[in-house]
Design a protein around this ligand. Sequence first.
Ligand code: ATP
Ligand code: MG
Length: 409
Amino acid sequence: MRRKMTIHEAALAVVRHLRQNGHEAYWAGGSVRDMLLNRDPEDIDVATEAPPERIIELFSRTRKVGAKFGVVMVQQGTHWIETATFRTDTDYQDGRRPVSVEFTTAEHDAQRRDFTINGLFYDPIEEKVIDYVGGQSDLDAGVIRAIGDPGQRFAEDHLRMLRAVRFATRFGFEIEPATAEAIGQQAGKITRISPERIHEELEKMLGHRSRAKAVEEIARHGLLEHLWPGSHWPADRLQRALGVIGALPEDVDFVSVMAALLHELSVDVAKKICRELRCSNRQIDDTGWLIENRNRFDEAKSMSLAEFKKLLAHPRADDLLALYKAICESQNKSLDVYVAVGQRRDSIPPAEVAPLPLVTGEDLIELGLEPGPQFKQILDKLYDAQLNNELITRRQAIEQMKTYINRQH
Ligand code: ATP
Ligand code: MG
C-alpha cells in the first residue's frame, strides 16, 4: 500500500508542476510563518504567477473557490492545496474586504498582505525564504508590524486590528508602536465588520490557550468595547472574567470560554450577545446552559441523585465542572466541593447516568389512562424515582405507576 502523501509533499508537488510549466510559484503567507516558527502549519498555501484558468488547465483535479479573487483549490493525494494567483487587492469598501483584485507580481502580492510576518514566501525547491517586506527580521524579533502605513492598512480592512492582537498573543509577540497606535485610533471602526467575520476571528482567538491574554489585549487596545452592540466592560468585571478564562483548562473550546467571559451577565443577555455574534444555535444554548448552571455544584451535597444525574447527562457536563472549578480558583475559594462533586460523579456507573426509562407512555395507555398533561407529570416522577435508585425493575415501576393513576382518580 502506498504511504499517504504529507501536506508538505502535496504542496511541493503543486509548486514543482507550476514551475515545470514555466510559472513562478511559492508557498506563501501564514504557512511560511508557521514553518519558520517550527510550528506545523495546518495547511500550506501556494501563490503563483499563473492565472486561475491556467492553474485549472495544469492540474487534473481542481475546484474554484473564488476565481474572481484568483483562488483555486488543487487536489494532490488526499490534500486540497489553496493555490492563489499573485494579486493586489483594490477597491476596499467601507473597511471591509476588497471587491475586486488585479493579478500582479510576487512582490505586490506580499505587499497586500496584512503583517510582515504573514508576507513571506518560501521556495520549497531551492529551500529559500523570499522576503519583500522585512518579515524574517520581525519574526526573529517577535514583532507584529503592518506592511506599509498601518493607519491606511487598518482603514482598508478593520478586521486586521483583531488579527494583529491574535497573532501577537498567540506567538507572544509585541505589536510595534506605530501599528499599535493605529489600532488605538481606529478601534471603534471594528463595528463595521460583519459579525460573521468577528465570530470567526473570535473562535480562533478563544480556541487557543493564549485566550486570556488575547481578551486582555483586545480590551487594552479598545476593541472589546466594540465587538457587539452594548459591549461594556467595567475594569473589575473584566478582571474577574479574565481570571476565570485564565483558570480554564488549556483545551477548552469556544463555548466554554464565551461562558467564562460572560458568566456574570444574565443568561438572556449572554445568549443575545452570542446571537449578535452569529453563534450557532447549539453554541448559544450551550453557553446559556453553562452560565445558568455555573453555581449549581455549590449545592451538590444536598442535590438529589436524580438532579445530579440530570446535570451529568448534559453533553456539556464536563465543561460545566471545569467552569465551576475555574470560577472557584479565580475567587480563591476552596476546591473541596469541586473534589466532592468529582467523587460523587465517579461513584455513579456511566450506564446509570441517563438510563432508558423503565416505563413509557404506552404503559400508561395500557393501564387505561387517556393521554393528557398528567402523562408527562407521572412519567417525570417515575423517571426521577428511577434515577434516585428507588425503582430498580420495570415491575416496580408499573406498580408505582398504578398507585399514581389511582391517586389521580
Ligand atoms: P491562521 O490560519 O492561523 O489564522 P494565517 O496567517 O494563515 O493564520 P489566514 O486567514 O489563513 O491567516 O490567511 C492566510 C494569509 O492571507 C495570511 O497569512 C496573510 O498573508 C493573508 N491575509 C489573510 N487575511 C488578510 C487580511 N484581512 N488582510 C491582508 N492579508 C490577509
Ligand atoms: Mg491559515
